[in-house]
Ligand binder design. Sequence first.
Ligand code: ADP
Ligand code: MG
Length: 697
Amino acid sequence: MISNSLNISIDKIKGVGPKVNAELQKLGINSIQDALFLLPKRYENRTKITQIKDLKVGEAFQFEGEIVESKIYYPGRRSFYAKVSDGTGYLQIRLFYFSHAQASAFKKGLIVRGYGVIRSSTSIFQCFHPSYKIFESSKRPLLDNTLTPIYSLGSSQLTQYRTRSIIKECLKELDVIDLNEKAIDKLLKEKRMNSFSIKEALEKIHNPEIKDDVLKINSFKHEAQERLIIEELATNLIGVKIASKKIDKLKAKKIKNLSADLTSFLNDLPFQLTEAQQRTIREILDDISKEKPMRRLVQGDVGSGKTIVAAASMFSAAKSGYQSVLLCPTEVLAEQHYKNFLEWFKKTDIPIKLLTGKMTSSIKKNIYKDLENGRTKILIGTHAVFQEKVKIKDLSLVVVDEQQRFGVKQRYDLVQKSSIELMPHQLFMTATPIPRTLAMTLFADLNTSKIDEMPPGRKPVKTLVYKSNKKEDLVQRLEAVCKKGNQVFWLCTMIEESENLDVQAAEDAKTWIEKNTKNLNIGLVHSKLSKESRDKAIKEFRSGKTNVLVCTTVIEVGMDVPNASLMIIENAERLGLSQLHQLRGRVGRKAGQDAYCVLVYQGELGEIAKARLEAMKSTSDGFKISEIDLQLRGSGEILGTRQSGGIELKISDLSRDAHLIKKAEKLANHLQESSQNLSEILLNRWIGDKQNLIIAQ
Ligand code: ADP
Ligand code: MG
């Protein structure tokens, strides 16, 4: 704690009544300290207004202008637009979800001040769903005089405004009197690691002044931010050390290496494993034959064949009489793996079950029963596996597919499922490379296998970039592919913040394709469809009954339909580089196949979007892609997301902050030498009751 007063409950703060308190709880905020360490994920600059003529596409700005026209219109989807002018140009505000009251507030002659990312159609700047205020020209509100911090508010109902005002109140309580805090400040200063005290750093981070370098702050390179990053990384290093000691004491079931059985299982597969797959399986089998719980990360690019590696490991566990779980981030993926497993295991007598959230409770009950009595040997499932009712008698191995999609807490809950007093072996699979030094410093006892080879005969997917007004070309390409008997993914995305808009866009796209093509069957998958309709659409696409599957990013990870050879991504400029790479990996999954990915963008491209699409065109190597991704995101991209590699960090980003690791190590060493007390303060602050979780990380 910073001082005793900061440990007091958050409901003592002005403005925090029972309702707000309940919302704060959802964010894990109980005390003043917790609120102070809810750190902004990015900043907006609302201290100035940019003239419309100076706006740049792809970046966020604050703009202001008089409403000259507004209208609700219905071609395709219902939407609203308001045209504003500031004398230097015109800008169109567009809303796709709005109430009548919202629309009618845009009265001609009033002034609107908005903030949002600028897009453009051919003729005019546009801003979709900006945050905005409307007022009379005589009642112009003052501009902000600090950068505006934006917080991650998850599922809570708090507004940014309310959150900011609560944190402002908390900052008033920030009075460093604690001697231990002073000791840490002093240590950092004396060792010339950082000159900010914790108090100064927090004040700066929640309220950066405009004279502070906006770019530096937005890219988290300000010294105040570094103060906290170093502290957080150091704390994690200490946590990992403690966790490693704990893991050393835990025991796992030894899984026998029955190589004859496994060889015949692998020989029955429809393909031969690559060298890299075989090597990875050997590394896993070696680990799980020991009493020390395995913690192994399998990194392999999209399409490198990670699933069969998981299957081989789970086969071995089952043959030793134990149970294992394959955890998947989406239902689509779980169902696909289940289908593949049934095929691969059909000559064995190993009982395999699927568990997803949407199953009926009577089906689930049966599944639970056979997990608890140990009969089901292999379980493939989604988050539904975390349910408290799920008990697994002899859980010996947990495989987490697309591990970056899961939180540490979830994985920890899973390893606790076993009724035996043992720790299961853990295998994490990912296509997102985590730099080795970081993986080693931040994951306890983690070993890595690399599948650095693609199955034979794969050709790189050819990538094309189209402007959206070339849709006719697209139709030709699509028809040609279908004529050859291959299939097409048509992926829709509108605005990343809104799932609803994606859904609408997908429905519109389906109608459009139907209108503009002949004799094609078009399927549709999005998150708002019932499970039955979705299952049906996916099944029909897999079986080749439909030629085109129009979808949203629900299919992003893992989806495997080898006959699909064309991936069309609309509004590709809105997606991040690793996401684009994942999506492109849905095609080109068969030897000898000529596969294409067409990235369609709208309007003018911003600098970073342009660089991203260029990168997609120039390489298909996942490791290169993630390097470029890093450079682009490191350059202060406004919409950049924080890649955490599954680790829940409050401010640090493993990729962005690699250069601070040395300092963090130094701090960690000093803290541990100086007094146990100091480490404990930091463990409480940064990791809190999640300390146990590091062993699942
Ligand atoms: P990812 O690493 O992206 O999870 P998958 O495990 O889904 O990749 O495998 C991609 C496709 O390649 C699947 O259709 C799978 O059956 C196939 N596959 C996997 N290994 C091989 C191999 N050694 N030879 C040929 N095809 C393979
Ligand atoms: Mg996969």
